[in-house]
Design a binder for this molecule. Structure first.
Ligand code: AMP
Ligand code: MG
Length: 496
């Protein structure tokens, strides 16, 4: 059985996209298929052979019912507004209702130039598309909302970047591709009625319970802000740096999207930036919550247009006041989500779910210790779980100044005194992954796949990333930090 499409975007939002077909590729070859996700989507992948799957996921043979289109969107990129971005190298094939009744977008990325391509070639390279697989699958495995990769096909064509690279097409599954930038596109053009259709569509799709609220646009902002607050808090608690939080890369659904220059903290330092183009550190680790709020303010600006006539000063002021409330609440929502995550990671939830005065300071002081002694963020949390069951030596081994650690441990032990150690340790290990997509391991896998056409390294890494909490011997290779000098020189590039 193939996909069963039900394409509401194509049907209901004419005028917000360009119908557009993927470009056929010369020699499609399947590099990756997400069988578990295929089943979830009701796709019987076993019914097709390798060639059939490769042509399907290259866009050479369009599945029945697909209505491919390129979506329009705008966006603030590094703070500067670009009124027209849009799917320059992507097409939405359509929507599928998955086995649990959820509507999911199926889209290609790297499937050729579209009318939004500007100077771009419309293509994508194998390395960055496989990168999207690795990080997205890991995010999914640790329970962080994310778009997911369904397939990657090598095209048999080179793409020209600094050097020729093997080309690829990624099939991406998302709860939708509605971005803050989608609304900005129509707002910037003053197309209020189209904007209203898009926003009402977004509400129907992501927050249907809000459709009949009197202030549904304010309610939408509140819902998106609440999702983003939780999402960014989850990122922060695993050391994820998105790297390019432009408004066109922020979804209304609350899923992480666009794994271009993203990377993970190793030694804890809030100022960490990996992206080669982020010279000012706008998207540094510690800035992410502030940037999310900044992006939400841009979303609010589009919604004002729907709530008040531009020449009705009093109505506009009232709308602004209403929309400001969720923006003002965002830092608190973020803080609450962050602290809840931290308390779970500190082992403070089992036994006493009650938050206690001093918990936030305990977390902050722990992070300050990690920062001062440049301790690996991921390993520190795991070794703290060992300490919860009385095995403190592995934790101590990560620190150079044991006196500072000891002083902190005295406070932490005092706070933990009530519950049973092994149970607490187990709880902690459920929220602090042992294996993350270590930057050096990701690069190693992508380089083998891209340069030598060797997918074994990628497959092994993917298998490890899908079991992020499993601390077995087979995982040791993936859990080890990169040498500090490697990390110091590490730069990422926008996924091209
Ligand atoms: P991204 O950096 O992937 O979020 O993309 C930002 C914008 O640039 C979007 O409008 C993309 O469609 C477009 N874009 C990125 N790479 C290409 C490319 N190789 N060809 C055409 N458009 C591209
Ligand atoms: Mg993007």
């Amino acid at each position: 059985m193939a996909f069963v499409f039900d394409n509401t975007y194509a049907r209901e939002l004419a005028g917000t996209y360009v119908p557009w077909k993927p470009v056929a590729v010369p020699q499609p070859r399947l590099l990756f298929l997400n069988r578990e996700l295929a089943v979830e989507l009701g796709l019987d992948a076993e019914a097709l052979d390798g060639d059939g799957l490769a042509s399907l996921f290259a866009g050479n043979v369009l599945p029945e019912g697909a209505e491919p289109l390129a979506q329009a969107y705008a966006g603030h990129q590094f703070g500067m507004f670009s009124p027209q971005l849009g799917d320059g190298r992507a097409v939405l094939l359509g929507e599928v209702i998955d086995r649990r009744g959820r509507r999911r977008d199926i889209a290609f990325k790297g499937s050729g130039r579209t009318p939004f391509a500007r100077g771009g070639d419309g293509k994508a390279a194998v390395g960055p598309m496989l990168r999207e697989v690795l990080i997205g699958e890991w995010m999914h495995a640790v329970g962080i909302p994310s778009t997911r990769a369904l397939a990657v096909v090598a095209t048999g064509e080179p793409v020209y970047r600094e050097q020729p690279l093997p080309g690829a097409v990624l099939t991406r599954v998302a709860s939708s591709h509605l971005r803050v930038g989608t609304l900005q596109f129509f707002a910037a053009r003053g197309e209020r009625e189209t904007l209203r259709r898009v926003v009402d569509y977004a509400i129907a799709r992501h927050d249907p319970e809000l459709a009949h609220e009197p202030d549904r646009y304010v309610a939408l902002l509140r819902a998106v802000a609440a999702r983003q607050a939780r999402l960014v808090a989850q990122w922060m608690n695993v050391g994820f740096i998105h790297g390019v939080m432009n408004t066109d890369n922020m979804t209304l659904s609350g899923e992480t999207i666009d794994y271009g220059p993203c990377a993970f903290l190793e030694a804890y330092d809030p100022a960490t930036v990996f992206s080669s183009i982020d010279e000012g550190g706008r998207y540094a680790y510690a800035n992410q919550p502030r940037i999310a709020r900044w992006n939400l303010a841009r979303l609010a600006e589009t919604l004002v247009l729907l709530m008040a006539d531009p020449d009705d000063e009093a109505a506009a002021q009232h709308a602004v006041a209403q929309l400001t409330a969720p923006l003002d609440a965002f830092p608190e929502w973020y803080e609450a989500a962050l602290r809840e995550g931290q308390r779970a990671k500190l082992g403070l939830l089992p036994g006493s779910t009650q938050e206690m005065a001093g918990d936030a300071a305990l977390a902050d002081d722990w992070l300050a210790l990690l920062h001062a002694q440049r301790v690996d963020f991921t390993l520190a949390w795991r070794r703290l779980a060992d300490a919860a069951q009385g095995d403190e030596a592995p934790l101590r081994a990560l620190f150079t100044d044991s006196a500072a650690l000891e002083a902190w441990l005295v406070r932490w032990r005092g706070r933990c005194a009530t519950a049973d150690g092994p149970a607490r340790a187990q709880q902690m290990r459920r929220v602090s992954p042992w294996v993350i997509p270590r930057n050096h391991r990701v690069e190693e896998a992508l380089s083998a796949a891209s340069r030598n056409d060797d997918l074994a390294v990628f497959d092994d890494l993917l298998a490890a990333l899908r079991k992020p909490f499993d601390e077995s011997d087979a995982q040791v290779y993936y859990a080890q930090p990169a040498p500090p000098e490697w990390v110091a020189g590490y730069r990422t590039f926008c996924g091209t």
